[in-house]
Structures are given as structure tokens and as C-alpha cells.
Design a protein around this ligand. Structure first.
Ligand code: SF4
Length: 103
């Protein structure tokens, strides 16, 4: 099993100090489930189902967007807040366009 460095996809060996992560549904599944291989749509759908019932989806997505910043999709990893790396990169670009339009 891969041990991932941050976020709610933790194992007992990698506790996360953020209090909301204690409610992360993905903490109850195999962490590898949240890191589907690129292009594996059924695996992505399975990971999204985990996020769909997670009570901290908002906090999770906000943290991911914060930590990943302007990273491109190839530098984002796993499903976070119900979104794939490509979807989070697109969300970042959309948010940035909105901010620039408002300035
Ligand atoms: S939204 Fe998904 S990735 Fe985030 S904590 Fe919940 S289950 Fe985990």
C-alpha cells in the first residue's frame, strides 16, 4: 500500500492533525481506492461515491485547493472533495478567471 503525504487519505500510520479529517469517510477505506489510475473511469466513479457521502467534502476540497495552489493536473493527486486532479485544476482556472474579471 502507498502511504500518501497529506490529506484525509491517511492510514493509522499517517495521522492528520486537522480535526475535520476525523470525519473523512475515505479514512475508512483502502487509501489506494482514492488514487485511481489515470483514465480508469470505473475506479474514479468508485472514489467519487466515497466522497459523495462524506460530511466534510467542503473542508476537504477547500484544503486541496489551498495546498495544490496553481499546480497543473499532473501535479495534483487522487480524488479530493469529489473531484479528480483534472477537475480541480479546471476549478482553479475558473476561480482565477472569475477573480481576474472582478478586479
Ligand atoms: S471528500 Fe472524499 S477525499 Fe475528501 S475527506 Fe471526504 S471522502 Fe475523503
Amino acid at each position: 500500500m502507498i502511504t500518501h503525504p497529506y490529506g484525509p487519505h491517511r492510514t493509522p500510520e499517517t495521522p492528520d492533525p486537522e480535526p475535520w479529517t476525523g470525519k473523512a469517510v475515505c479514512a475508512t477505506v483502502d487509501p489506494d481506492l482514492m488514487y485511481p489510475d489515470r483514465g480508469n473511469k470505473p475506479a474514479y466513479a468508485q472514489a467519487r461515491q466515497v466522497c459523495a457521502v462524506c460530511p466534510v467534502i467542503g473542508q476537504c476540497l477547500a484544503e486541496a485547493m489551498d495546498l495544490e495552489g496553481a499546480a497543473g493536473k499532473d501535479h495534483r493527486h487522487g480524488v479530493r472533495g469529489g473531484l479528480s486532479p483534472a477537475e480541480r485544476a479546471e476549478l482553479y482556472a475558473r476561480q482565477r478567471r472569475t477573480q481576474q474579471a472582478a478586479a
